[in-house]
Each structure stands twice: as C-alpha cells, then as structure tokens.
Design a protein. Sequence first.
Length: 128
Amino acid sequence: MQPLKRILYAEDEPDIQQLVSLALEVVGGFTLKSCNSGLEAIAEVEAFAPQLLLLDVMMPDMDGPKALLKIREIEAYRTTPAIFMTAKVQPNEIQGYLDMGAVDVIAKPFDPMALASQISEIWTRIQN
C-alpha cells in the first residue's frame, strides 16, 4: 500500500482552510496544496499531482462536485480518490456524493485533531 502524502484541498472559507491546513500539515504530516476555489483546484491539480482530493461541497464560482467532474476529465486524475467536506450530510445527499465518485464524505463541523487520522483511515480502506 502506498502511503498518503499529497492532498489537494479546495475550500473558500479562510478560517476553515487554515484549520484544515493545521490539522493535515502539522498534526497529520501531509503535504497539502490549499486552493480557494474549485477553479483554482482544477488549475493546480496537474502541477501538484495529488494522491487525494479533498473538496468542500459549497463554494462560489464552481462547487466541489463540479470541480471533481472537471478534474475527472484529466486522464491522469480520472480515478484519483476524492473526499467531500460538507455541512449537508443528509443520507440522500451523502449517497449522491458517493454516486458521483467520492470515496467518502466528512461532515462539517469536524474535529480538527481527528481529521488527519480520519483521512488516513479512509485512505487505508480504499487501498485494500
């Protein structure tokens, strides 16, 4: 199993972005590329070469699901695992995200101290 190191993260809220950066870089030891929008994530994905996509669902200009669909159009990222972060966690909404190809959904608000281990557990599960 390949260890998870590189995560591309898209979130439009600066406070949440900073919290996730601390949780994943400082606590989790991951290399994180933070993007302020879905459009920026699409622009950065090839240069950063992430192993995992972490996308906020609700962002202005282009939301996480639309960004994922555009990233999937790039051959090298057609199967890159994606996790959505959202406050919209009704069972039918979660199922919709899974149906569009996400490997999991993390509910907001999340526990910053547990986020890195939560993502590591998802990574381990999908690698097996």
